[in-house]
Design a protein around this ligand. Structure first.
Ligand SMILES: COc1nc(N)nc2c1ncn2[C@H]1C[C@H](O)[C@@H](COP(=O)(O)OP(=O)(O)OP(=O)(O)O)O1
Length: 189
């Protein structure tokens, strides 16, 4: 089903809504900051990082952060992967997400990236502890545990299957001050 895009969501192609729910109104936002989030997917497994400090502490996520003024989002994604996991990866864009968190002074526009290989040694940093997870319980990639959705942002379970299926996606989620997701919308492009 093609529906109108939520405020803040940018999508140039046709889109097909996959998941939507929650409160009736989207939260208002003034300022938008650009971020990246990147994943390595290979041989039935995905590399996530356990965030040790800052925003999203104690959750697993991809590797990423703010896009600096002199950078393109792709340059920022490659830099953050090197800084947070110690590896260099041929990242390609796979999705775009928009988040509004009640009480924060900015909304997040996040470009998502994925790569199927990398060079370097995966290294724990002050910010992130990288860990491999099995993509599906049917995938013979023991000894990795399954993707820990209960220890991830609540939006991830909606778009991660599209990332893993190589299907481009867009979406938006709004979060209350206590961190609960209160409204969401995700589509395949
Ligand atoms: C609110 O919902 C979110 N869901 C998901 N899955 N990911 C999110 C959400 N909000 C933010 N993110 C991502 C975007 C970035 O990849 C990180 C946050 O980046 P961080 O605050 O660590 O940015 P840095 O530039 O590294 O910051 P410092 O240099 O200040 O450490 O989370």
């Amino acid at each position: 089903m093609t529906t109108s895009l939520p405020p803040g969501v940018v999508c140039e192609g046709e889109h097909v809504e996959r998941h939507a729910g929650g409160a009736t109104e989207w939260l208002a936002f003034d300022k938008i900051k650009l971020y990246t989030n990147a994943f390595i997917v290979e041989e039935g497994r995905i590399l996530l990082g356990y965030k040790k400090r800052g925003f999203g502490k104690d959750l697993y996520n991809g590797f990423g952060g703010k896009v600096e003024p002199e950078e393109t989002p792709l340059q920022a994604a490659i830099r953050e992967m090197e800084e947070e996991a110690g590896i260099t990866a041929p990242l390609r864009k796979c999705g775009t997400l928009f988040f509004v968190c009640d009480g924060l002074d900015h909304a997040f526009h996040i470009d998502l990236y994925v790569a199927n290989d990398y060079t370097g040694n995966i290294t724990e940093t002050d910010e992130m502890r990288p860990e491999w997870f099995a993509i599906s319980e049917d995938t013979p990639s023991a000894p990795h545990p399954p993707i820990p959705y209960k220890q991830m942002w609540a939006d991830d379970v909606f778009w991660m299957p599209m990332l893993l299926a190589n299907r481009p996606f867009v979406g938006r989620a709004d979060f209350a001050k206590d961190g609960t997701m209160q409204k969401w919308w995700f589509a395949e492009v």
